[in-house]
Ligand binder design. Structure first.
Ligand SMILES: [Zn+2]
Length: 280
């Protein structure tokens, strides 16, 4: 109960006090399909389903899952090599798949940097450019670090990205086969067309025997087909970002910066800062 309350407060502070505002003004909708947690089956199945349709996705990797395949999630370096060859994007999901709202700031940073070190070891030419929060958990300090280090960070707040968006906490929709029927997904795609939105889906394991957080390869393929039918381009986060960058620049807002503290809501901000100091 106390932990949940703490998490809620931290999330609230992170949302309000730090953002990377960017005006997403697209000519038409874009869909991004993203995969968390580094399941070997996902690299294998989703990588192929996307590649067969000439589409690209983003796989957020936690290198601590690089291990024996008897454990789940787990992956082998060959999985990464394959999806990279297929042209998909590799993003960062922390090294140890930690809940950032439960982790001390210093340890959180070390963990995120450690994931990059592991990427360097196997793919020295590559750098993580985009991030997704494990469990959708964030704090003000971690979000600010991530906002500075990565181009985007994807959370799990439901919704589409259109108009003024927070690039340090992009909204997304679950692509969980047990949660949404294909008709539900088609409806969301139609809404994305109407709003000219950047619709980001997220899922985990992609296999026949999928979990409640994943989907089957057939379901994923039908989602891609529905995009194709509607002429909605399916792009990795990095590719989609290029399209959103055409008109506006990214502006960082730091609610704890001194001029903002004095200019805006001084009492609330000072109180929040004190609260943040106590919590950390
Ligand atoms: Zn995760």
């Amino acid at each position: 109960m106390i932990y949940r309350l703490k998490k809620l407060i931290r999330r609230g502070i992170a949302t309000q006090m730090y953002s990377k505002k960017h005006f997403v003004d697209l000519k038409g909708p874009i869909v991004s399909i993203t995969f968390d947690d580094s399941f070997g089956c996902t690299f294998e199945n989703a990588g192929k389903v996307l590649a067969d349709r000439g589409m690209f996705g983003t796989f957020y990797v936690s290198f601590s899952f690089l291990k024996n395949q008897n454990e789940q999630p787990s992956f082998q370096i060959e999985h990464l090599e394959k999806v990279i060859r297929q042209g998909h994007e590799i993003g960062c999901h922390t090294y140890d798949h930690i809940d950032l709202s439960k982790t001390r700031f210093k340890n959180a940073i070390q963990d995120i940097l450690n994931n990059q070190k592991h990427l360097d070891r196997y793919f020295p030419q590559m750098k993580f450019r985009n991030f997704s929060y494990p469990f959708g958990a964030e704090t003000y300090m971690v979000k600010k670090f991530i906002g500075n280090r990565f181009l985007t960070a994807r959370g799990n707040r439901p919704g589409m990205n259109v108009g003024t968006c927070d690039m340090a906490n992009l909204k997304s929709i679950k692509l969980y086969e047990n949660k949404y029927t294909l008709d539900d997904i088609r409806e969301k795609l139609d809404q994305a067309i109407e709003k000219k939105a950047w619709l980001i889906f997220h899922t985990h394991d992609v296999q026949e025997n999928y979990s409640q957080y994943g989907c089957s390869p057939g379901y994923l393929d039908k989602v891609l087909y529905a995009c194709q039918e509607r002429r909605i381009p399916v792009r990795s986060i990095h590719q989609a970002l290029a399209a959103t960058h055409s008109k506006s620049t990214v502006e960082q807002y730091d609610g704890f910066a001194m001029q903002n503290v004095l200019n805006r809501y001084p009492v609330y901000l000072i109180a929040s800062q004190l609260l943040e100091a106590v919590i950390f």
